[in-house]
Structure formats: structure tokens, C-alpha cells
Design a protein around this ligand. Sequence first.
Ligand code: ATP
Ligand code: MG
Length: 298
Amino acid sequence: MIEFSDVSYVYGKHTPFERVAVNNISFKIEDGLVTGIIGHTGSGKSTVAQMMNALIAPTSGKVLLNGADINSSRTESYKTRFKVGLVFQYPEYQLFEETVEKDIAYGPSNMGLDDNGIKERVEMAAEFVGLSKQVLKSSPFELSGGQKRRVAIAGVIAMQPEVLVLDEPAAGLDPRGRSEILGRLTKYRKTSGTSLVLISHSMEDVAEYSDRIIAMNDGRILCSGTPAQVFSHHEELKNSGLALPQITNIMLKVKEKCEKQGINTDFLDSSVFTVEDAYNALLPILRTSDGKGDSYVK
Ligand SMILES: Nc1ncnc2c1ncn2[C@@H]1O[C@H](COP(=O)(O)OP(=O)(O)OP(=O)(O)O)[C@@H](O)[C@H]1O
Ligand SMILES: [Mg+2]
């Protein structure tokens, strides 16, 4: 489990460019879950991500991994890099080897595994992200943006970290590419038991894939909890520039309209945040309204 305890991070401290990016935050990332971190541009998400694997140390406060301070010594920070895998916001800059295979092998090689062990890890990771054997032999620089992202993710998965932190893993991909990569990551989480931290400014993605959500605003935590708990703060989210998932907005409008017409809306609440939830919430009332509801929804 990762725990942030009163953590702040200031860029350019004691310079004219001083900027408080993270302002005294505390939270826990629970084992085995997908935790989504949302927040508008500049709210501090990437700074938090980099503190999770000791790439940068907090200006004040502590980051603990399974109870131990990850910044207590150089050795502790170094060990953390293998336990908490970080895929950067622009992972294409994370690639540098001549072939995809070597790139994915970089992490496991640094862990001191033998050649067979490394090969196994590379194959396993490539399969999880959907990279073919043929792609493994090519240069990472010849690949499309989406493929490069898969290589970067595979490179981190190959280290078999306890926690996998992904900073905007689906940004810039088309809707099919987004759901493919996020679906594969969810499957990887289920198979491996690895905890995922999914950083995104897409409410749709976070709502669909996360068990817990932390919403950030201007370096602080605005609200956190299950998706239902977080989305019930819709006014605060809206005020900090965070749109609700479209389907949640639609359902809130449906609720408003029903109430105006005196229709009981107990069946609807703010916990509708995927199309599937909406379908399940609406189905019973469409069925009861005239007995032929099935034909409406089909
Ligand atoms: N290297 C840096 N030097 C100075 N200021 C920085 C640096 N990196 C980030 N900042 C500032 O810190 C604040 C938080 O940035 P951060 O990148 O953590 O936000 P973010 O939530 O990841 O944003 P985005 O959604 O755009 O990726 C911003 O005001 C940003 O301008
Ligand atoms: Mg960022």
C-alpha cells in the first residue's frame, strides 16, 4: 500500500519561479484496486505520480510504501523504482533502445535476472499489451504513437511491480484505442493482482475503470472515495472545471425532468456513471410504464 502523509511539493523553491504543485495532501492507495486520479491541467497529478516511485522526493511530508519511507535512503528509493512502476505522461520519451525487445528488457535486466528470466518477462509483458512477435524486432522509433505507448507500458509491466502508475495512458488515442489499452490494463490487474493508479483527465475513463477516485484541484484533494461518493460532489467538481461523465449528466437531467412532472425518481441517483449503469437504472421503469419497456431499450 502507498500512503501519502501531509505531502507537499514545491518547484523552484526560493527562486522567483517558486510554484506549489502539491499542497499538503494525505491519501492511501489500497492494494489490488484501480485508483483513478483526476484533476484539470496543472492540478498536480504528474507531480504526485513522480513522488509515488521516488523519482522526486516531497519538499515536506512522507511517502510510505508498505509502511516504509521510500525516501529514507538512496537504496530505499532505488528499490522503490522496481516495486512501483511508472509509465510517464509522454511515454514515447521513455524509449531509447534499438529494438522494442531490448527496450522492454531494460527494466528486468537492471533487476539482475538471467537471460531466460528476462526473455520470459518480455514475452509476458508484450502479450499483455498486445504487441506481436514481429513488432518486438523493430525499432521503437518506427512505431505509431499508440504502439509506442504499449511498448512503454510493457517495459514497466516486465518488472512485475506491486503498483503500476500510469500517467494519462490513453491520452491522444482514438476511442477504440483507449478502450483497448484500458481493457488490457484492467485484465492485467485482475490476472497479476497488481494495484493500478490511473491518472486521467477523462471522467469517462476514470468512472468506468476505477474502484476508488481521488479528485485534485490546485495541488489539493477536492474529494475522494468510490466513484459514487466522488460524483455525488458534482457541484464542487463542476466548479473546479471537472465535467461529470456525460452519462451522469444526462441522468441528472432525466431526474430533474421527472421531478418536474411529479414522477418518483428514487430509481435514479448520482451513482449512474457508465452507460451500463444507466441501462440498469432505466430498464425497470420502462418495463413498468406500459409493460412493453423491453422494446424501448432494445
Ligand atoms: N518541472 C517543473 N518546473 C516548474 N513548475 C512545474 C514543473 N512541472 C510542473 N510544474 C508546475 O506544477 C504544477 C503541477 O503540474 P503537474 O504537471 O503535476 O500537473 P498535472 O495535473 O499533471 O497537469 P496536466 O493535466 O497538464 O498533465 C503546474 O502549475 C505546473 O506548471
Ligand atoms: Mg500531468
